[in-house]
Write a protein that binds this ligand. Structure first.
Ligand code: FPP
Ligand code: MG
Length: 322
């Protein structure tokens, strides 16, 4: 059993209820739309609902608003990935053909819009303006994060500050909103909500750094994926290596990555450079430091099994191989 299955065990009935609400709210009379959304129904790892429900369960008894919030946030996550694959012109998602690869960009944009609107209906069903407000703000941050990332790719490629700004918005904001709504949906105090938000933020930053390291070093597939560089994204391992060793040739390759003119051989050279110059080790250290901060925050968790589950959740985020 991997770390995440043990975490799931701690909130098994809650996850079952989550799945029920999620599946019900995706049912549609259009068989074509249903077919398009089938990839969303084969859910991913449910990292975000799990975090929300663990925080809710530790802060009180999960309410209808907790489940509706979890469904809303998982749907927004799915919508953002469908849109992201259009933006990145990516033809694969979770090991399968992406929606844009199968149905084209127009259908993919509209399917993402449909999911986003469905998510907003679930948010409204909470009848909570504070919840709806946070969800609307999250949508804004996700879109801004993608735009900041694009701007980084054109003018700010080697700035560590620019990198953290983008991942805060495009990834950490979703994790922090999940944890915050876990607390808010059970009527927790402002102090508890702030704690949850900050915990989610640290976890989200770790999640994205782990993802970015996969591009340079991936135990699971036995080789780096290089996809980010192919898409013009220069992430922490290479940002760090180039800042410490501004080698003219490597800088010229980074420029080629940014302008989407880089070859496979040159991607391999940049990956090897990031590795040899300690960029991956640096990114790992930043990730482990953040994970340690998150673990220390678990002293505030009230129930021992939930503290253990959150500890294992953090283990999974930093140790996962896919
Ligand atoms: C994956 O990043 C993408 C995101 C974390 C966020 C994408 C957000 C949007 C497209 C904005 C959409 C906004 C709303 C409200 C629906 P990645 O490309 O680095 O990772 P990947 O390898 O998984 O594609
Ligand atoms: Mg992408």
């Amino acid at each position: 059993m991997n770390a995440l299955s043990l975490v799931r065990k701690c909130i098994e009935p809650e996850l079952e209820r989550f799945s029920q609400v999620f599946d019900e709210s995706l049912s549609t009379s259009s068989s074509y739309l249903s077919q398009i959304l089938s990839s969303v129904k084969h859910k991913g790892k449910l990292m975000r609902p799990i975090l929300l429900l663990l925080v809710a369960k530790d802060s009180g008894e999960p309410t209808d608003a907790s489940f509706l919030s979890a469904v809303t946030l998982e749907m927004i996550h799915s919508a953002s990935l469908i849109h992201d694959d259009v933006v990145d012109d990516s033809d694969e998602r979770r090991g399968k053909a992406s929606v844009n690869a199968t149905y084209g960009n127009q259908v993919a944009v509209l399917a993402g819009d449909y999911l986003l609107s469905n998510a907003l209906i679930k948010a409204c069903e909470t009848c909570s303006i504070p919840i709806v407000t946070r969800i609307a703000d999250l949508g804004r941050q996700l879109a801004k994060g993608e735009i900041v990332q694009m701007k980084n790719a054109s003018v700010n490629a080697l700035s560590e500050e620019g990198y953290f700004n983008a991942i805060q918005l495009k990834t950490a904001a979703l994790f922090s909103t999940c944890a915050e709504l876990g607390a808010l949906s059970v009527g927790a105090s402002q102090e508890r909500m702030a704690w949850a938000k900050s915990l989610g933020e640290h976890i989200g930053i770790c999640f994205q750094i782990r993802d970015d390291i996969f591009d340079y070093y991936n135990d699971n597939v036995g080789k780096p994926t290089g996809n980010d560089l192919r898409e013009g994204k220069i992430t922490l391992p290479l940002v760090n290596a180039l800042n410490r060793f501004p080698d003219a040739y490597m800088l010229s390759l980074a420029e080629k990555a940014r302008s989407l003119t880089i070859t496979e051989k040159e991607i391999a050279e940049l990956v090897a450079f990031a590795k040899d110059k300690g960029g991956i080790d640096y990114a790992r250290k930043v990730m482990y430091d953040r994970a340690e901060t998150a673990r220390q925050m678990l002293a505030e968790v009230r129930h021992e099994p939930i503290r253990e589950a959150l500890n294992q959740y953090i283990d999974f985020v930093v140790e996962r191989t896919s």
